[in-house]
Every structure is written in C-alpha cells, then in structure tokens.
Design a protein around this ligand. Sequence first.
Ligand SMILES: Cc1cc2nc3c(=O)[nH]c(=O)nc-3n(C[C@H](O)[C@H](O)[C@H](O)COP(=O)(O)OP(=O)(O)OC[C@H]3O[C@@H](n4cnc5c(N)ncnc54)[C@H](O)[C@@H]3O)c2cc1C
Length: 364
Amino acid sequence: MQLRRVAVKGRKLFRAIILDMQKINILEKELYLASIDVKRNESLIPHTTMKVGGNADLFAVTHNIQQLETAVNSSLKLDVPFLVVGNGSNIIVSDSGYKGFVILNNTHDYKILRDSKSVEKNRCMDSRFKPLDNDYLSVSAFQYSDEGRDDVVICADSGLKINVLMTKLFKKGITGLEWFSGIPATVGGAIYMNIHGGCHYFGDIVEKTLLTYGVSKEVEHDYFRFGYDWSILHQTGEIVLQANLRLKKGDVQKAKKLANRWLIKKSQQPQRSAGCIFHNLTKAEQVHLNLPTPSIGYLIDNVLNLKGVRCGGAIISEKHAAFIENQNNASANDIIQLINLVKEKAKNQLGLNLKTEVKLIGNF
Ligand SMILES: Cc1cc2nc3c(=O)[nH]c(=O)nc-3n(C[C@H](O)[C@H](O)[C@H](O)COP(=O)(O)OP(=O)(O)OC[C@H]3O[C@@H](n4cnc5c(N)ncnc54)[C@H](O)[C@@H]3O)c2cc1C
C-alpha cells in the first residue's frame, strides 16, 4: 500500500516536471517569434550587484517596452513563473537558481512630454530616516531645493538606470533626480521599492504610469499607495513598462553639485551588495529602544555588535553595517546565514522582528 502511494506520487511529480518543460519549450518558441533572444540556464551572478546565485531556467533581455510586455504576458498565459530584473541591486538569488523565466529589463528610451508652470503637489512622505544633528544632511552641499521652479514631465522606460537618466536630463536643463544619484536602480525597481535618497522618496515624483499584467493599463500616482520601501506592486505583481515623472527646470549646476556629493557618498558603500538588507526601525521601535536614530546600520553596529562578522566569503560590512558584502566569492547561503544571525540576535536580545528589505529569489 505504502509502495503504491509512493509510486503514484512519483508519477505525478514526473508528469508535473514534463509539463513544466513543455511550457518552457512553448514559451521559448513564442519569444523567438517575437524576436526576443532567449537563453537556457543563464547564470544570474552577472545580473545582480550581490554577485551570487544559480541559473535561470530561461533568460532574455528585453530592449523595448513591446518586448517587455510580450515576455511578461506570454509567461502569464503559459503559467510559467517569471521574474523581471532591473539592475538586480535589491535581490539575492539562491544558489539553486530560479525555476522559471528571468526577464532582464533593458528598455531605455525617454521623452520630454510637457513643460508647465509649477504645480506643487506637496507629496512628501514622512521619512523614516531623520538625520542626526551632525549628519551629512545638515551640510549645505546637501541642501538644494528647486521648489517654485517650473515643472517638466518626462516619460521614461522602466529599464532606464536612474543615474543614466539623471545625466541625460541635466543636459536638457532638467533636475529632480539628484537626490537618487548613486543608487543603482532602474526606474521600474525604484517605483517597486519607492527608493529613498536623503529624505526624498521616488514615489513623490511618479505620475501616470503604464503597467502590465495580462493586460496593460495606465494608472495614476495614488494607485501605488507608496509607503516606506513599499508600493502596491508588492501585492499585485504588475510590471512597470513606462512612467511619467514630474521633474523641474531647475538650477543644473547646483543639482549637479548635489548629485556628485551623493555619488561620492554612495560609492563608499559596498557595491557588491544588495543595499540595506533590513528596513530601518519604526518610530515606535526607536523610542522603545531609546536609540538616537532609526538606522538599522546603527542598531547592527552599536547595539548588536555584529559589524565585521563573517560567514564564508560574506561579511557584515565594516563600512556600513546595514549592508552584507560579498567580499570573497560568497555563496547565497553565506549571506542568508548572516541575515539569520542578525534576525536571531535582534529577536533574542531586543524582542525585535526585523524585516528584510531585499527580495530573496528561489529556494532558501
Ligand atoms: C550599493 C547600493 C546602494 C543602495 N542605496 C540605496 C538607497 O540609497 N536607497 C534605496 O532606497 N535603495 C538603495 N539600494 C537598493 C536598490 O538599489 C533599490 O531597492 C532599487 O530600487 C532596486 O532597483 P533595481 O532596478 O536594481 O531592482 P531589482 O533589484 O532588479 O529588483 C527589485 C524588485 O523590483 C522588481 N522590479 C524591477 N523592475 C520592475 C519593473 N519594471 N516593474 C515591476 N517590478 C520591478 C523586481 O521584480 C524585484 O522584485 C542600494 C543598493 C545598492 C547595491
């Protein structure tokens, strides 16, 4: 009886694997017909900033929004799991890789839609990162404002890297992205995570946006319900194709100066990482623990004393304890062990349930 049950289970598993392979074969053919180059068993290491992880069953680079739309919607139609990767700067891929289709978003066009008189939207989320008195934000080079200047709305493909777009726009006299200078994000990743630079949130500049998930639709700013490290896309799984961003006809020289300051500061952070691993603390947690800042790096360094702890080739960064760095051919497993160590210590010593900001891809 027992043997029979095992045999039936084995047969079901075998059939499921064959079905998955068939779906992937059909998807590969559909993509080929849509002129999208597809690869099998592509290593994901070069496509993430953490530089760890296994292979994707199927992999393609999309160069325009029609290709991105086709890749996403063909996967959905055939029920093949898919993942859209921008710059891969906020993901950790498991050593066993990703069972499905990875779509690398290399869409890269933008256009200036319209200039208009300034319409202050006053969208300023309460920042979870309030600087300490002697912090860098009180330095005058970090205090640039283009408030009151005329608006410019641009439409950007979601695969554009923020730094590339910022530089192109400076040449056209357009400012507004300088606060995010040095963050290795694409427009799509920046919207998904609502990135923050200084006390500025990317969501504050997002206007009408084109999304896809089976069908494509335009949505307005409020649809995203932007929060700290959060947008509605975490729930819906929709993919950003293009976004309108409300920027400024600002003082380019001043904005460039600010952008360079940020670039220098950000380049000192560990680049072979996935950014801040955990969310900063909430106001309530900070008050409860009587800490001078909600910064998670401060907590890991000064309270948990875990800065510099190693596992295999990974280390809790000595430059910035909120980051885990791949210093010496780390595996994803090395990184996960450090993440778990920080979580356990925070739970056992302080009763804190830390939440990871990075997205874990595949089986951990
Ligand atoms: C050195 C370093 C410094 C960093 N500094 C900062 C910082 O100052 N502030 C900050 O907020 N973050 C920072 N980060 C984190 C990271 O850059 C951001 O989270 C960024 O938004 C990730 O963008 P990405 O394009 O790399 O997304 P990916 O890492 O490729 O993907 C992240 C998630 O977004 C989803 N996604 C990507 N593109 C789309 C799309 N078009 N539509 C829908 N979903 C999509 C992916 O599916 C995935 O779930 C830093 C990271 C590093 C490595």
